[in-house]
Write a protein that binds this ligand. Structure first.
Ligand SMILES: *[C@@H]1O[C@H](CO)[C@@H](O)[C@H](O)[C@H]1NC(C)=O
Ligand SMILES: *[C@@H]1O[C@H](CO)[C@@H](O)[C@H](O)[C@H]1NC(C)=O
Ligand SMILES: *[C@@H]1O[C@H](CO)[C@@H](O)[C@H](O)[C@H]1NC(C)=O
Length: 193
């Protein structure tokens, strides 16, 4: 059976991976080595849950979300289609911005749908407290902000979150229609070692 055209890139990358892992002839290339998993303590996988509040302040002296790409004038029902903002948003334990800081969400988001308000988000949660101080989780996903709960994947992590995977559920806690400032509750479920 012929491989459907849409599967071809996958097949090619799979073949490439296989040929790197199991070279048909000769020694593996010097840059690729099989290593023992034992120093990584991969035996016990843990499931952790975090809940915190993400403060996206787009206006004022303390703005933490800066528009870096203006939406181009395109014929879209969503006027913001194409905008990109860079963020360094504080994450706190309670909804109040003055409550204990958990870390910062650093990355960017942009409007990626022509049909509804939906952001493509790419951000690192940089934790700054507790035993995970200095560790990060990386979230990449689709955020249709008008929906009550938006789910996005946790695609990886660093530090104590090496090999992490999981998901977040984001729900808007407050939104200031005058300024555009938002406070969003993040529920994070993550598997890690
Ligand atoms: C900016 O943050 C500082 C320090 O937290 C605070 O004193 C000040 O009131 C804030 N300014 C605005 C405009 O929110
Ligand atoms: C926008 O789309 C409508 C409907 O497809 C079309 O009639 C109109 O000419 C378009 N306007 C621009 C500026 O491209
Ligand atoms: C987190 O780690 C940084 C860098 O090592 C350190 O300066 C800071 O005091 C730590 N914060 C807490 C709350 O432990």
């Amino acid at each position: 059976m012929a491989t459907p055209a849409f599967l071809l890139p996958f097949t090619l990358s799979l073949l490439l991976t296989l040929s790197l892992t199991f070279p048909a002839t000769g020694k593996p290339p010097a840059f690729l080595k099989s290593v023992s998993p034992s120093p990584f303590n991969l035996g016990t996988q843990k499931l952790s849950r975090f809940e915190f509040y993400w403060h996206d302040t787009v206006t004022g002296a303390n703005a933490s979300s800066i528009n870096i790409v203006k939406p181009p004038a395109v014929n879209s029902s969503i006027p913001g289609f194409g905008f990109v903002s860079m963020i360094d948003d504080p994450m706190t334990e309670k909804p109040e911005i003055g409550s204990k800081m958990v870390g910062r969400a650093q990355g960017f988001y942009g409007e990626c749908s022509q049909e509804e308000l939906a952001l493509v988000m790419s951000m690192n949660f940089v934790f700054m407290t507790g035993w995970y101080n200095g560790s990060t989780l990386t979230v990449v996903g689709r955020n249709p902000v008008n929906q009550k709960v938006r789910e996005m994947p946790v695609v990886g992590g660093s530090g104590v979150f090496r090999f992490a995977r999981g998901y977040v559920q984001a729900s808007t806690y407050s939104f200031n229609t005058k300024t555009g400032d938002a406070v969003v509750r993040y529920n994070v479920y993550v598997m890690h070692y």
